[in-house]
Design a binder for this molecule. Sequence first.
Ligand code: HEC
Ligand code: HEC
Ligand code: HEC
Ligand code: HEC
Length: 399
Amino acid sequence: MRGRGNPVLLLDAGDCFFSSPTKKPPTKAEELQELRKGRTVLNAYNLLGYQALGLGPADLQLGIATLVAFEKEARFPFLCANLVEKGTRKPVFKASTVIEAGGIRFGVYGVMMHQLNETYRNRVVPDAELLDAEQVTRELVPELRKSCDVVIALSQLNVDQNERLLDANPGIDVLIDPLSRNGTKAIWIAENEYYTERNGFPILRIDGQGSRVGVFEMYFAPGSRRLKEHEALDAALEPHFMRHPEMAQVVEEFEKGRTKPLVVDFDTLKPRLSDELLGEEGCGSCHQDQARFWKGTKHADTYSTLEKTGDHFRMDCVVCHALGYGVAFADLKAVGRFKEVQCEACHGVKPGHADEPKKVVFGPVLEDTCWGCHNPQITKKDFRYEDSKDRASCPKIQR
Ligand code: HEC
Ligand code: HEC
Ligand code: HEC
Ligand code: HEC
């Protein structure tokens, strides 16, 4: 998204670190597993350059101290306007933040439903209190508006509460809603529920489980700071996206049980591009037989298919018709040498192979790799692996 050159604001409304809340306290082993999971998400969000995070009931699962420790490691603020210390009534986290992007000041605030299950609340936040979320919003938003142009609510409330908030018109421009009813959240959200409106105000939702990201495009008239038009889209994060090497490392650490804080010492607001992809020229310099074979397949002519219809600047097409979109190039206009479904799209990426081919090996191409792109739901074409394998398999190395 950042590679397209427009300013991007990356936000999450919360409930992202742990599993669903449980009334019973976790065992020591469960707690360690949850901690590792939470830290993996935190590392990933730092790497992705998240700019603000709301908090939801499940985030409280390991108590406030854990969240406070996480926030110290986070490169973005945790927002919750209605979680306060008992007695002093001091907010535990920041209520809101103002982020500038493209010359517009975006005020972002977070609020969490206060009607938590009592047993859960007493266990996870014995020293804190959750104030009435609607009242806190009505007090906070008019104040926030004074210092920004657009107000975005990360509102972890039930649907009816969120609708009431917009009815009261406190000054929210866009509301991100978890689609929660009586405290129970939807896990999968139907496509026609991603976007709705209440009195003309946009309500945005997206599935959990990391299967999709919601995209909300905002348009402003030149010289104006008022939201003029908008469009809501969703982007599916399906397996045809190549693994980003740094993100793959974060996941691998989790799988190996070694999750530790990630050092992020670069500008996360710029795309992180990898220069490890060799492509047909790099690989072909040693594997001439295979490169010649590949040149004769349809995979060497996938980009021109898009060019014919002018679809080569669409991110939802290029990802399967080129090599390494989002990993090796992010600006669709700078595709350069990454046109076509080249070697690493099937073989994967193995830094170090060219230096030590006997030691750093690729291993076989798995059937799943084909299905990542040959997804009949997207291509509207049947794919039979057994019938197509030979047409795509490069010849064996002659020894
Ligand atoms: C990165 C995405 C991607 C991967 C991975 C991929 N393909 Fe393809 N494949 C394509 C695209 C795109 C086309 C269509 C080319 C065109 O017409 O522009 C295609 C075309 C083909 C065709 C030619 C279809 C025809 O009837 O002419 C065969 C056969 C094929 N793929 C087999 C495979 C096999 C087998 C694998 C796994 C070993 C595989 N593909 C992996 C994207 C991919
Ligand atoms: C999930 C991966 C994927 C995505 C995303 C994708 N394609 Fe393809 N596309 C393929 C594959 C695989 C084939 C080959 C299908 C076959 O021949 O079996 C193909 C074939 C094609 C063909 C030629 C064959 C035909 O007759 O259908 C066109 C044209 C095409 N794609 C256009 C697009 C456009 C436009 C988009 C974006 C809207 C797009 N593709 C997005 C994987 C993808
Ligand atoms: C500097 C030369 C060189 C380059 C560049 C190179 N390879 Fe190789 N590759 C070799 C050699 C030599 C072997 C055979 C190793 C052996 O004898 O075990 C090999 C073996 C392989 C094999 C079979 C064994 C295995 O690793 O699974 C595959 C697949 C392969 N290469 C793919 C690639 C791809 C894809 C690229 C580009 C990303 C690439 N190679 C780049 C030299 C190279
Ligand atoms: C559409 C997927 C696909 C693409 C693209 C592709 N390959 Fe292959 N390649 C295969 C498959 C499948 C095999 C058969 C061996 C296997 O199953 O791993 C193979 C085999 C090979 C082998 C022989 C491995 C051995 O064990 O002898 C080499 C080397 C190789 N490919 C290199 C390349 C190079 C270089 C390119 C780019 C110019 C390339 N491949 C592009 C799918 C692909």
